[in-house]
Design a protein around this ligand. Structure first.
Ligand SMILES: Nc1nc2c(ncn2[C@@H]2O[C@H](COP(=O)(O)OP(=O)(O)OP(=O)(O)O)[C@@H](O)[C@H]2O)c(=O)[nH]1
Length: 611
């Protein structure tokens, strides 16, 4: 049997199906508010919005953060409606989730900003809102969004209470020293218990009970109170229009017709069409073609001023020209660049290859464009005997990998083969020859094919994460057994109220990356939640396991595993491959081997011709 590329993508096909969410109909945006009318009737070519009417004192920049599904995007819908940014209609369902993948999966994967105009006590305010994703794999989007804000709405479901990502997102905002406004959502639910959730917030984060706003984003209850709190509590940005221009690029997208569109936050000065600007990253000079705000579509403005958030088009043709985290400044007026963003740390790596090698260049350009919009993906060139030229990509998790793959297909019409994911292991080399070859005594292994033999290594290291689990107490016993089975070490156990417990465990990353979340959900009937953060490396007894098809090792199917788990992993892979490989007219032996020792085997009997 010839090994086809499709066979190698067995792993991807065997993953659980993505949560099916009905495709939501497109929202019709007929603006009714004052500012929105201005936008609608002025149109792109007519009168542009004059942003000078919004000095820093009347600007509030904030993000909405929460655990998955606690209602961030629904709250954003209501805020857009109440400010007249979009018309109130039943069809407004998560309008800031613009990507097809977001609508199909019913989750936010990309932070999305929108400028709202609101008159409060006779003053016109400009509110820049950023809706962020909730899933741990997209946390990088949250931390980047926070850099353009002075405050956050921390949304918590009145029924589910504090969950693992609530904890993670609270600390992101807290460490960034942002003003945190607690919002208890879904108070319309039959089982809503806002009092309990308020007590949890007080116990865990020291948030006074009377600071929480109880709302129903779905029914539009108390949304004005949220806006009032945003204006009263979140400080305006402390930037000056009279300073030299300093603009942070916090996101960017590629438009086939207009080139690169950069989302910018103005930290000083002002910017308008015709200005000559320089990128601190590349030192290249550009002339500004258009600036504007997102409402949530692009709406050109005359200028953008200090403290405002908007977009810029400046003739950047190549995707590599708009680096997220870059600082833009005025030509001949250089400024100290902003610190930018910490680069994302990939948690899993997988090989990506075009299904057909003639598509290599198309896929390369699609990858360049999509990684502009999703800068958390790392890309290294790679090649394989069976699959040809391709790349080794680093992702923040498996959902991130699936979503990226889906976006490549949907937005760039590509078709790819993904190999099984692996976490980035390390080896401390003892062989002088290898140290010379690599130029270092410690190497990172992102491809099992590079796994050095144990005779040339003094120690192998595996990545670890600090996992947070929040669960109703009745599932604790089962969860502890699950964690122990995954080689995890308990670090903390805390009752957040009389029914709910927060557990912290140090996990080897490899043990949670594939199916831990599914296992946790299944044994807690869906009630436990999980989040994790990087916790460095620990020594580990690692081995490389080969997969042989009819006696031939298949490089693309090799995997690195902990010695204690080798037999179970080998058995699992052979069984799964047996299901994934199409039956042939001859018998096929699928074997897992460590060195020369076969540790598992499955045999596929031949298919009779008439079948
Ligand atoms: N009953 C009720 N349901 C709500 C409310 N707010 C949101 N929902 C529902 O909760 C689900 C999740 O809402 P979203 O707004 O997509 O949640 P999210 O936090 O943006 O989700 P992610 O972006 O995937 O993390 C949807 O089915 C909403 O209709 C509410 O106030 N009451």
């Amino acid at each position: 049997m010839a090994l086809t590329g499709r066979t190698v993508s067995w792993w991807v096909r065997l993953r659980r199906p993505c949560p099916a969410a009905a495709l939501r109909g497109p929202a019709v945006w007929l603006p009714t508010g004052l500012a929105a009318c201005q936008r609608f009737y002025s149109g792109r070519d007519k009168e542009k919005i004059d942003m000078s009417a919004y000095p820093v004192e009347s600007i509030r920049n904030f993000s909405i953060i929460a655990h998955v599904d606690h209602g961030k995007s629904t709250l954003a819908d209501r805020l857009l409606e109440i400010t007249g940014t979009i018309a109130k209609t039943d069809r407004n369902k998560q309008v800031l989730d613009k990507l097809q993948v977001e609508r199909e999966r019913g989750i936010t994967v990309k932070a999305q900003s929108a400028s709202l105009f609101y008159n409060y006590k006779g003053v016109n305010y400009l509110l820049n809102l950023i809706d962020t994703p909730g899933h741990v794999d997209f946390n990088y989007e949250v931390s980047r969004s926070l850099s353009a804000c002075q405050g956050v709405l921390l949304v918590v479901d009145a029924n589910e209470g504090i969950q693992a990502q609530t904890v993670a997102n609270f600390y992101l905002a807290f460490e960034a020293q942002l003003e945190i406004i607690p919002v208890i959502n879904k108070i319309d639910l039959k089982n809503a218990d806002p009092e309990r959730v308020e007590k949890q917030l007080e116990k865990l984060f020291d948030i006074p009970v009377d600071e929480c706003i109880r709302i129903s984003a779905k029914q539009g209850t108390n949304i004005e109170k949220v806006l009032e709190k945003v204006i009263e509590k979140i400080p305006p940005p402390q930037f000056n229009t009279t300073d030299p221009l300093k603009a942070l690029v916090f996101d960017s997208t590629f438009d086939h017709y207009r080139g690169v569109i950069a989302n910018i936050a103005i930290f000083g000065g002002e910017i308008q069409k015709g200005h000559k600007i320089v990128s601190a990253y590349s030192n290249k000079r550009y002339e500004v073609n258009e600036v504007g705000i997102l409402t949530p579509d692009e709406q050109p403005t005359h200028k953008l001023y200090a403290g405002q958030v908007g977009y810029l088009i400046a003739g950047m043709k190549e995707v590599t020209e708009a680096q997220i985290g870059d600082t833009l400044f005025m030509y001949k007026q250089p400024v100290e660049p902003l610190p930018g963003f910490k680069s994302a740390k990939p948690m899993v790596f997988a090989g990506m290859y075009p299904v057909d090698q003639t598509e290599y260049n198309n896929l390369k350009s699609a990858l360049e464009r999509l990684t502009l919009n999703d800068s958390s993906v790392t890309v290294h060139r790679d090649s394989s005997l069976a699959l040809g030229a391709g790349w080794r990509l680093g992702f923040l998790g498996l959902l991130h990998m699936e979503v990226f793959n889906q976006r490549l297909e949907q937005e760039y019409n590509t078709s790819v083969i993904l190999t099984a994911p692996t976490v980035p292991y390390k080896a401390v080399l003892s062989s002088a020859k290898l140290i010379k070859e690599y130029g270092n005594s410690e190497i990172t292994i992102i491809n099992p094919a590079q796994f050095p033999d144990k005779h040339s290594v003094s120690e192998y290291l595996e990545p670890t994460v600090l996992g947070t689990i929040v669960t109703p107490q009745e599932y604790i016993g089962k969860i502890i057994v699950l964690c122990q089975d995954r080689r995890a070490v308990q670090k903390e156990m805390l009752y957040i109220d009389e029914h709910r417990v927060m557990l912290k465990y140090l996990f080897p990353l490899n043990e949670i990356v594939v199916d831990f979340y599914d296992a946790l959900k299944s044994l807690s009937s869906g009630y436990a939640s999980f989040d994790y953060e990087d916790a460095g490396y620990q020594a580990a007894d690692l081995i490389k396991m080969d997969i042989l098809i009819n006696g031939n090792p298949i490089e693309e199917l090799a995997t690195i595993t902990h010695n204690d788990k080798a037999y179970a992993t080998g058995k699992f892979m052979c069984e799964r491959l047996k299901d994934a490989i199409p039956r042939q007219l001859f018998e096929i032996a699928i074997q897992a081997a460590i060195g020369k020792k076969i540790i598992a085997r499955e045999t596929m009997v031949e298919t009779l011709q008439e079948e």
